[in-house]
Design a protein around this ligand. Structure first.
Ligand code: UD1
Ligand code: CA
Length: 455
């Protein structure tokens, strides 16, 4: 294979998105749109990756900070042809082929790009255009062919005649072009068209007139080359990415009961025989072990779940670590910094924040555990609350192994409860409780006769 440089166009604002954020930074399943074509060209093994930025250039650069990418700036967005010319100072001396992709065509697969390059090189083509056939070609540039099937030119929809608009074969915006030829030809492209832009697509007509070889290569799956210009198309693209991720997981042994309503981001890892129920959203760098169940409507973000963990319906878990066979929910909230030992049980309406809970401990109902260190085999009664905040600072509650906490207990932190201590229901604990003792702080019950009864 001849050496390949990649050029990704991403300077446009994306007016049709009606957004304050540049189009190529809109997230698709947790990754910015532009991340996808960059990833594809990296897989191809292209060492030169040039991205043309313009609108919100700084923001785009920062998003890809630290990656091996060369950014060039297109100050004014004068069209796709002009955008490519902005990369001339970087690629003008490059002798190989230049693969051109668009930041708003994110679903393109590595295999398809490889095939495009292979066809280009085998046919010794100067310009090879990736095309596709669409049921509804609206918005795309149309591929105009001669009688012998050669590609003659590409006409943008806004410039097309009625007959040309009928053509269903469209330009995907992805090309492989002989590098030196690309820049030589772009110098000849003008801007006499409906949008007064320098169209990159015009190099096709110029090459055809010069009797240089122009090849159209048809991508079979149109969903792969869908361009995203508005939020409706973006929703369709998200759907495609979501399906790809879930298909991969299912083929690796994960049961996804309803793929249509399940969102799993791409870096999530899930072990075999785990079941994901409808309406779950699993995000970020989450890892879920084998034989887990994540029930309906649960959200897991950047968390690690061991094997055999059960997340019951409508629980929200973020930045937490849960060991094997723990059971969470329904309606539980595990906030950042939660670490649960194996076989821990967190029941309904329990919130845990920045706390460690030891093996086999249980908080089954209606509790708040924040900044707590809870040992093993602890029973946290219903309605237990760690009062960890005095309005200024946060304090720690330490509950050692084997403690039994009666219902409706408050721990005014900082406070330590010694091993196997017993807290009577309804207590407000403000001082440390020694191991093995019983602490009670509720007032004694009194019974008085009611006056009315006397009369
Ligand atoms: C472009 C093609 C069209 C094709 C479609 C495929 C042209 C003239 N038209 O149309 O034939 O069917 O893509 O999706 O090329 N950009 C810049 N600088 C600019 C203008 C655009 O970097 O001055 C970037 C945009 O950020 C975007 C890409 O180029 O990533 C395509 O631009 P866009 O305006 O979306 O072109 P389309 O109208 O979709
Ligand atoms: Ca576009």
């Amino acid at each position: 294979m001849k050496e390949i440089a990649a050029l990704i166009l991403a300077a446009g604002k994306g007016t049709r998105m009606k957004s304050d954020l540049v189009k190529v930074l809109h997230p698709l399943m947790g990754m910015p749109m532009l991340w996808y074509p960059i990833e594809t060209v990296k897989k191809i093994g292209s060492r030169n990756i040039v991205v043309v930025v313009g609108y919100q250039a700084g923001r785009v650069r920062n998003t890809f900070d630290g990656e091996d990418i060369i950014f060039v700036e297109q100050k004014e967005q004068l069209g796709t042809g002009h955008a490519v010319l902005c990369a001339e100072q970087r690629l003008g001396n490059f002798r190989g082929d230049v693969l051109i992709l668009c930041g708003d065509v994110p679903l393109i697969k590595e295999e398809t790009v490889r095939k495009l390059v292979a066809v280009h090189q085998r046919k010794k083509s100067k310009v090879t255009v990736l095309t596709t056939i669409l049921e509804n070609p609206e918005g795309y540039g149309r591929i105009i062919k001669g009688e012998n099937g050669d590609v003659l030119r590409i006409v943008e929809e806004k410039d097309a005649s009625r007959a040309e608009r009928e053509v269903q074969e469209v330009n995907t915006g992805i090309y492989c072009v002989d590098g030196p030829y690309l820049f030589r030809t772009l110098d000849k492209v003008g801007r006499v068209n409906e949008q007064s832009e320098y169209y990159l697509t015009d190099i096709v007509a110029i090459a055809a007139e010069d009797r240089e070889s122009v090849v159209g290569f048809l991508a079979e799956d149109p969903s792969e080359v869908m361009g995203i210009n508005n939020r409706r198309q973006m929703a369709k693209a998200i759907h495609v990415i979501r399906e790809r991720i879930i298909d991969r997981l299912m083929l690796n042994g994960v049961t996804v009961i309803d793929p249509r309503t399940t969102f799993i981001e791409r870096d999530v890892r899930i072990g075999r025989d785990t079941v994901i129920c409808p309406g779950c959203y699993i995000r970020g760098a989450s890892t879920i072990g084998q034989n887990c169940i994540v029930e309906q409507g649960s959200i897991v973000i950047n968390s690690e779940l061991g094997d055999g963990v059960v997340i019951k319906s409508y629980s929200v878990i973020s930045d937490s670590k849960i060991c094997g066979e723990a059971s969470i929910g329904p309606f539980a909230h595990l906030r950042p910094g939660t670490e649960l030992g194996s076989k821990v049980k967190i029941g309904n309406f329990v919130e845990v924040k920045k706390s460690k809970i030891g093996e086999g401990s249980k908080a089954s109902h209606l509790s708040y555990l924040g900044d707590a260190v809870v040992g093993r085999g602890v029973n946290v009664g219903a309605g237990t609350i760690t009062c960890n905040y005095d309005g200024k600072r946060k304090y720690e509650t330490v509950i050692e192994d084997g403690v039994f906490i009666g219902s409706d207990t408050q721990f005014v932190a900082p406070v330590t409860i010694g091993e196997c201590a017993y807290i009577g229901a309804g207590s407000t604990i403000t001082r440390d409780v020694p191991s093995g003792s019983l602490a009670l702080s509720r007032s004694r019950q009194v019974i008085k006769e009611r006056r009315e009864d006397k009369e």
